[in-house]
Design a protein around this ligand. Sequence first.
Ligand code: BEZ
Ligand code: FE
Length: 316
Amino acid sequence: MKTLTENGLTAAALERLANAPDARIREIMTALIRHLHDFVRETALTPAEWKSGIDFLTAVGHLTDERRQEFVLLSDTLGVSAMVDLVRHRYLGRGTASSLLGPFYRPGAPELPYGANIAGATPGEPIKICGWVTDGNGRAIAGAALDIWQAAPNGKYDIQEDDSTKMNLRGTFRTDTGGRYEFRSVKPNSYPVPNDGPVGVLLRAQGRHPYRPAHIHFIITADGYEPLITAVYIAGDSYIESDAVFGAKPSLTIAYRKNDAADEDATEPAQMIEFDFALVPAVPTLQVRSQRATKPARATKRSRNSHRARKTAQKD
Ligand code: BEZ
Ligand code: FE
C-alpha cells in the first residue's frame, strides 16, 4: 500500500474513474476532481473552512424546493450558469446572444394579439417594444413565437406578489408575415435577486450587491431554428456593468427612444425600444457533441506548448 502524497491522492482518485461506463461522466468527473483538489491545495483550505463550505451547501439544499431553487441561484451568482450558456453558444455560432432564463419564467403565458399591452393596470411609464425576428441573413421569420416576461416597476415579478396565481407582465406574441413583433408594457426596473438565504449571506461576505439591471425576458422559438432564451437590457441602468448574475451583455443593451407615433396618437407610449433578434438554424445535438470533442474548453499545458510551437513554425 502506498502512502498518498498531495499529488498521489489526486492521481489515485482519478484512477478510480477508469471503469466508469459512461465516457462523458468520466470526462466530467476527471475535470471536477482535478479542479477541486487543485482548489484545496491552492487555498490550503483548513478543516474549519471545509466544514463551513459543507454547512453552506447544506443550507442551500434545505432552502431548495419546487418554489425556490437556491442551488440555481448559487450557480447564477458564481457566474457558472452564464458560463454554461457562453460555452453552449460557442457551438451554436452567430445569432442574437443568449441570456439567463432565471427562476421567474412561467410556461403558459397568454397568447396576445400583435401590439397588445402585457402590463394590464400595473402603474408605470408606458413603452412600446418592437422589432424584427430574422434568420441572421436578413430573411424575416414569420410566425415565430415570442414568450415574454418582466418585473414590474416595483422590481417584483407576478409570482413574487401576494396573489401569485395571477399572471401579469407576461405574454406570448407571434411575428407577422413580415417577421415583425410588437407589444406594449411599462418600463422595467432593476431588482435584487432573492438574497434572504445562504446565497445572500455569501454575496454580502464577498462585498457584492444582489441587483440585476432592468430587463425584459424573451424565449423565441420558430420551426427549424434553435430556441433563443435571452433578455433585452436597458442602457444606462445603474447595475448594467455589475449584474449580480452576469447575464447583461453589450449586444443585448438598448436605450429607450422617442416613439414618433405618439405625436399623432395620444394613446401611444411616448417612448419605445426597437430590438431585432436573429435566430440560428437548429443544430442536431450529435453535431454539438462532435464539435465539443474537437474543441477542448481549456488547453492543457502540453497542448498549449505544441500550439505555440506550431505557430512559431508557421511564422518561420
Ligand atoms: C432573472 O432575471 O429573472 C433572474 C436570473 C437569475 C437569477 C435571478 C433572477
Ligand atoms: Fe429577470
